[in-house]
Design a protein around this ligand. Structure first.
Ligand code: SAH
Length: 228
């Protein structure tokens, strides 16, 4: 049975007071201690309210450094993971960024805070619709797309940066093709349980690959994802 998105019923409760801001500052300290260095990324985490994606009953979880279910078997990524991927993207204001896996929309908000122009695509219709109606209420306006992001969004390519927020079995060719020269793709690749974080930079048509830590994402579905 489909589970209701927990952040839906509380859409109207967008209060963001000193208490939430205090909890976010604590979270920023945690992320700094775990190795996130980019102040612009940390400032974005300090700005974006994460508790508004949680049901009232679960508020205490909002500023812990943990992933959390958002319904439909999906999760809002762990803040450390969001910060890690964002840091690796080296976002500059005005960058055109493709995010694969909108989910709750939290990661998209972080990218927008950094001044990126964000194109975000989600494969689950319900999550797509929820994020599309919810994010603008918070003042965040990415371009929303519904469909299989493992194929990218050819009509909107090229992108300066591409971030995949679901675990992929391989690096989809389509994403390499849609990356601008000088662009960066950050993608977790591995099996269904755990994936290594890859940063791939396109330089004069050549790919320069770096490997980082292991993470555990929900699977990337679709044509170049898990259920071919
Ligand atoms: N970025 C999200 C976390 C995403 S969880 C956040 O900030 O909350 C991964 C998301 O990827 C899920 O919502 C899942 O439905 C979506 N997904 C899985 N395969 C996909 C595909 N092929 N295209 C687009 N979205 C996909």
């Amino acid at each position: 049975m489909a589970k209701k998105c927990p952040f839906l019923p509380k859409n109207e409760m967008l209060e963001d007071n000193y208490k939430q801001r205090g909890l976010r500052n604590k979270l920023v300290k945690i992320l700094r201690n775990k190795g996130i260095k980019d102040d612009r990324v940390l400032n974005a985490v300090a700005k974006v309210p994460r508790h508004v994606f949680f049901d009232n009953a679960l508020l205490e979880h909002a500023y812990q450094d943990k992933a959390f279910p958002i319904g439909e078997g999906q999760t809002i990524s762990q803040p450390y993971t969001v910060a890690f991927q964002t840091e690796k993207l080296e976002i500059k204001p005005g960058d055109k960024v493709l995010e694969i896996g909108t989910g709750s929309g939290y990661q998209a908000c972080i990218l927008l805070e950094l001044g990126a122009k964000v194109y975000t695509i989600e494969y689950n219709k319900k999550l797509f619709e929820t994020a599309k109606s919810f994010l603008p209420k918070l003042g965040y306006k990415p371009y929303f797309f519904y469909g299989d992001g493992s194929k990218g969004i050819p009509a909107k390519a090229p992108f300066d940066k591409i971030i995949v927020t679901a675990g992929a079995p391989v690096v989809p060719d389509a994403l390499i093709n849609q990356l601008a020269d000088g662009g960066i793709l950050v993608i977790p690749v591995g099996n269904r349980e755990k994936q290594v974080m890859l940063k791939i930079r396109k330089k004069n048509g050549q790919l320069v690959k770096e490997e980082f830590d292991y993470f555990s994402f929900v699977p990337l579905l679709g044509e170049q994802g898990w259920n071919k």
